[in-house]
Design a binder for this molecule. Structure first.
Ligand code: CTP
Ligand code: MG
Length: 236
């Protein structure tokens, strides 16, 4: 069933999905790899579309797969599909350029975080709506973290209490994200990194274990296991 987005919503969600998935091993581009019989991208978009504030969704697809991705997502939700770029940052920039006028809150969300519940999309958007310029969902770091030299000798132990693992969706006031991308020089792996460079205050909200990034084969196996219990709209 095609999800209806909210024409009065104030949130646009950019979904970078143009990566190859090298770390997942040989096969289709990662966003098109299957989880429970459906592409990762379908799972991710279905959950984003279930968030009541979402007005529009722009997907950056692998350049050779734009038509296929349009066809794939047509029954899921009304989405705009653009060709992505050579880096995640270039893909986000391409999607940002295609956001319609209206939404003043922009979220950027990895297709690879296929099981992210709609509730997390809403809580990140709510924090921006409440006044934050930039918002990231985070989890505490559970492992002890060591800093090491190039030859794998321990240099020291980092204070774990002050560390957070960062997820997506990351949320921004529209003008803040647009300015950060316009000023970007070196590609970074997340958008909050770009706005940090602009001196913008980035605030944290609690993340979700279900928002894990599917990166390696183990993660895909874990996501298969979680699929049965993963909420679409419910609690994060
Ligand atoms: N991404 C993108 N365009 C790129 C590279 C990455 O849109 N040129 C997207 C991926 O599709 C993914 C998200 O950014 O949804 C996070 O990237 P990552 O997990 O690193 O995915 P891949 O780059 O596909 O994986 P790998 O690095 O293992 O090749
Ligand atoms: Mg990558």
């Amino acid at each position: 069933m095609t999800a209806q987005l909210n024409p009065r919503g104030d949130v646009a969600v950019l979904v970078p999905a143009a990566g190859a998935g090298v770390r997942l091993g040989p096969g289709a581009p990662k966003a098109l790899r299957r989880l429970g019989g459906e592409p990762l991208l379908t799972h991710a978009v279905r959950r984003v579309a279930a968030a009541p504030s979402v007005h529009s969704i722009v997907v950056a697809a692998p350049a050779t797969e734009v038509a296929a991705v349009r066809e794939l997502l047509a029954p899921v939700a009304e989405v705009t599909v653009v060709p992505g770029g050579a880096t995640r940052q270039a893909s986000v920039a391409a999607a940002l350029a295609a956001v319609p006028a209206g939404p003043e809150i922009i979220l950027v969300h990895d297709a690879a975080r296929a099981l992210t519940p709609a509730a997390l999309v809403e809580s990140v958007a709510a924090a921006v709506r409440a006044g934050a310029e930039a918002v990231i969902p985070v989890l505490p770091v559970v492992d002890t973290i060591k800093e090491v030299s190039a030859d794998e000798v321990v240099l020291g132990t980092v204070d774990r209490a002050a560390l957070r693992a960062v997820q997506t969706p990351q949320g921004f006031r529209r003008a803040v994200l647009t300015a950060a991308h316009a000023a970007a020089v070196d590609p970074l792996t997340d958008d909050a990194g770009l706005v940090e460079k602009q001196g913008v205050r980035v605030v944290c909200v609690p993340g979700s274990e279900y928002a894990l990034k599917i990166t390696r084969p183990f993660d895909l196996a874990l996501a298969e296991y979680l699929l049965g219990s993963a909420p679409v709209a419910g609690q994060s």
